[in-house]
Write a protein that binds this ligand. Structure first.
Ligand code: HEC
Length: 450
């Protein structure tokens, strides 16, 4: 009898103690994660609907936080982390451990914890400045291109603003860095993301993209801005080439800012000094693709009957050796998933990346770490498989009962990837492969010594 009582007592006393030791608290366990992975957007004057800086601000959202985080919808990062290349320069996703901690915190009633555990507030850089200018010893970028003003009315639906602006460039220039910023602090509240596309007529066949449906050169993503990312520095000795007559085609996603706000977006361009040409040209390719004319028409046509899920395939031939630097899937509201795959000249095929849960609201570019970016020999075929879901299962679908085909409007579809490639001749390619081999064998040796 006494034994049972002891056991009972033991259970009552010991369990809460053990559980308390493991219950994550806001100040100790959650705030550091939110500072690193959420505050970029979830802080005052940024794009997300609520701030997650303090416990008091975050607490009412606990249930929603658990749901979004467990489903990997927040932070927005939609690449499947278990397939293909797994190392990215701009990875903002949560680790499995971080997700488990957040879920556990919410399940335990989202306790605040001890105030003295709270980390110092995260200090955010002044995003209204030009951050690269100082590094290059200048006050301003070499060229600043502004979009045309847009007014986002309080409470209005999301809008996509696409003004076209001439660069007035009179000679070819090599770009070494790019920055984008909304022009005002208030503008940050409505600027969900901004893409600056570069439209120019290429003469180098390696750099050509298919024309669009109107016979104009397809404007390729030049630089893309989203909260938390302001600039893009080219890899060493590489650059993008801007040609005379080029234009910037803006694609800016505005959302509700709670009051009428008028703003523009600015693109700052830094050039390599004249005469100092980088060795490698980075070329942004449209791969896959189902519309337009020329090479882009190679893909099977987009044809989505009502209430169906369909896949399309498109192919891209690498006419020179290269390193694939980044992947940005491009679909519209019915877009569901996309796979990028390399079919090597020896017939072997390897999946490079798979986006399993595409979301039109987030035009993420997945940038591979330089040490992980795939090196592919000329003759490789890159296959882009895109899935579209025109059924009710797709929450973003505005109408599953209509036929959908290729087109510019968000209610039409597209199915291509923007892929940045650094091309290399045979000698440079061999050097790059050799360096990669050495890096891999040193890492393996180091791991084995551990
Ligand atoms: C790149 C910007 C960005 C980052 C980083 C980000 N969010 Fe968000 N979040 C948003 C935006 C914008 C929305 C509103 C639109 C939407 O729901 O997608 C949102 C919505 C949410 C919502 C839904 C709110 C509601 O209305 O119920 C939750 C919850 C959330 N975020 C939690 C998080 C958490 C937790 C993190 C970090 C682990 C995070 N977010 C990181 C931009 C971001």
């Amino acid at each position: 009898m006494s034994r049972i009582v002891t056991l009972g007592l033991f259970a009552v006393l010991a369990l809460p103690v053990a559980a308390a030791a493991q219950t994550p608290t806001f100040t100790k366990d959650i705030a550091p994660i939110f500072q690193n992975k959420c505050e970029a957007c979830h802080r005052p004057d940024s794009i997300a609907p609520m701030s997650l800086v303090s416990f008091e601000e975050a607490r009412p959202w606990a249930r929603s936080i658990k749901a979004r985080v467990a489903a990997r919808q927040m932070p927005p990062w939609h690449i499947d982390p278990t397939i293909g290349i797994t190392e990215f320069e701009n990875d903002r996703s949560l680790s499995d451990k971080e997700i488990a901690t957040i879920v556990k915190w919410v399940d335990a009633g989202s306790p605040k914890g001890d105030a003295k555990d709270m980390p110092a507030p995260k200090v955010w850089p002044n995003e209204q400045g030009w951050n690269f200018a100082k590094q290059f010893g200048q006050k301003e970028p070499d060229m600043v291109i502004k979009s045309l003003p847009w007014t986002q009315k309080a409470g209005a639906n999301d809008a996509w603003w696409k003004p076209v602006v001439e660069t007035h460039l009179t000679e070819p220039r090599w770009v070494r860095a790019l920055e984008i910023r909304p022009s005002s602090v208030k503008g940050r509240r409505i600027t969900h993301h901004a893409i600056a596309r570069l439209q120019q007529r290429e003469t180098d066949p390696l750099a050509q993209n298919p024309d669009d449906a109107n016979g104009q050169p397809q404007p390729g993503t030049f630089m893309e801005w989203a909260v938390g990312k302001q600039g893009e520095m080219m890899r060493p000795n590489s650059g993008k080439l801007m040609l005379p007559g080029s234009k910037i085609v803006w694609d800016i996603h505005y959302s509700n800012g709670g009051e009428d706000i008028t703003d523009t977006v600015e693109l700052g361009i830094y050039f390599y000094p004249k005469g100092q040409e980088p060795k490698f040209r980075q070329v942004l390719h449209l791969m896959g693709g189902t519309g337009g004319t020329g090479v882009g028409a190679l893909g099977s046509a987009l044809d989505l009957p009502p209430n169906t899920i369909k896949a399309t395939e498109g192919y891209f031939l690498m006419r020179e050796n290269g390193r694939v630097e980044s992947f940005q899937p491009h679909m519209h509201l019915r877009g569901k998933a996309m796979t990028l795959e390399a079919i090597l000249p020896n017939g072997q095929s390897q999946v490079i990346s798979h986006v399993a849960d595409f979301n039109f609201n987030w035009h993420n570019t997945y940038v591979y770490k330089e040490t992980a970016a795939p090196l592919l020999p000329k003759g490789t075929i890159i296959k882009v498989t895109a899935w579209h879901d025109n059924t009710t299962a797709n929450k973003a679908n505005p109408d599953p009962n209509v036929w959908v085909g290729y087109g510019d409007r968000t209610v039409d579809e597209m199915a291509h990837a923007w892929v940045n490639v650094t091309y290399m001749n045979d000698t440079d390619y061999r050097v790059a492969i050799e360096e990669r081999r050495k890096a891999v064998s040193t890492t393996t040796a180091a791991q084995q010594q551990q």
